[in-house]
Design a binder for this molecule. Structure first.
Ligand code: FMN
Length: 207
C-alpha cells in the first residue's frame, strides 16, 4: 500500500498552527477543476480513495458531529447507478428526450471513481443544520484538494441526480440527508484552462 499522506498524530499531540509552504500556496492559488468530459483512467483505487477520504474528512466540524458520509462508485458499480438513473429519469420525467435518457445512462461513465458526499446532519443537535451542511461542502472541496495533491484530477458536480427523490431513495438517503456533491475523480485527458475569476475586491468590505 502506497502511503499518500502522513498519518494524523494521536489526539492531544501538540500541532503546528501553520504549515507555511510556497508549494502549498502555489497549489491553492492555481487549483482548477477538470472538465467532466475529460476524466479518464486511472482513478484512485479503493485503498487510495480511503486515504483521500481520511484527509478530506479533516474539515471544520462544529462540535465534532461528522455530519457527512460517503458512497463510492467504481468499476461495475457505476453501471448499477447508470441503469438506476435512466429508470428514475424515465419515471420522474416522462417526456425526457432520447438524448436525456442516454446521458443518464452514461453519467458515471464519465470518471473511473465517483464519490458521493452525503450531508447527514443530526437535526436534533444544537449545532444548526446549516452549519452541518456547510461542513459537508467543506468535505467536498477538501476531497478535491486532497485528490489534486495526490495526483488525480476531479470536479464537483450535482446535476439533476443530486436533487432527484428517486435517486435519493435509491441511495438510501434519510429524510434529512442530501447529496452535497458527486466528486468525479480520475486523470485529466487534457489540461484545463484558467477561467474568469471573481472580482474579490468588489465583494469585500474592510471595516
Ligand atoms: C455545489 C456545487 C455544485 C456544482 N455542480 C456542478 C454541475 O452540476 N455541473 C457543472 O458543470 N459544474 C458544477 N459545479 C462547478 C464545478 O465544480 C467547478 O467549480 C466549476 O466548473 C469551476 O471550476 P473551478 O472549480 O476550477 O473554479 C458545481 C460546484 C459546486 C460548488
Amino acid at each position: 500500500m502506497q502511503k499518500l499522506f502522513p498519518s494524523a498524530p494521536a489526539t492531544g499531540t501538540p500541532m503546528a498552527a501553520t504549515n507555511a509552504s510556497a508549494e502549498a500556496r502555489s497549489f491553492l492559488a492555481l487549483r482548477r477543476s477538470s472538465s467532466k468530459r475529460l476524466l479518464a483512467e486511472p482513478g484512485p483505487d479503493q485503498d487510495q480513495v480511503s486515504q483521500l477520504l481520511y484527509v478530506a474528512a479533516r474539515v471544520s466540524d462544529h462540535r465534532r458531529l461528522s455530519p457527512w458520509r460517503f458512497e463510492v462508485f467504481q468499476g461495475a458499480a457505476r453501471e448499477h447507478f447508470n441503469l438506476a438513473a435512466q429508470e428514475i429519469l424515465k419515471a420522474e420525467k416522462p417526456d425526457a428526450s432520447a438524448q436525456e435518457l442516454s446521458d443518464a445512462a452514461g453519467l458515471f461513465n464519465r470518471a473511473p471513481t465517483i464519490v458521493i458526499v452525503i450531508s447527514s446532519p443530526d437535526t436534533t443537535h444544537k449545532t444548526p443544520v446549516w452549519e452541518q451542511e456547510l461542513s459537508a461542502g467543506a468535505v467536498c472541496h477538501n476531497l478535491l484538494l486532497s485528490a489534486n495533491a495526490a495526483g488525480w484530477a476531479g470536479c464537483w458536480l450535482t446535476e439533476w441526480v443530486s436533487y432527484s427523490a428517486g435517486i435519493s431513495a435509491w441511495l438510501g438517503l434519510s429524510e434529512s440527508e442530501r447529496v452535497a456533491g458527486m466528486i468525479y475523480l480520475g486523470t485529466a485527458s487534457s489540461p484545463p484552462q484558467e477561467r474568469m475569476r471573481p472580482d474579490v475586491k468588489a465583494i469585500t468590505t474592510f471595516r
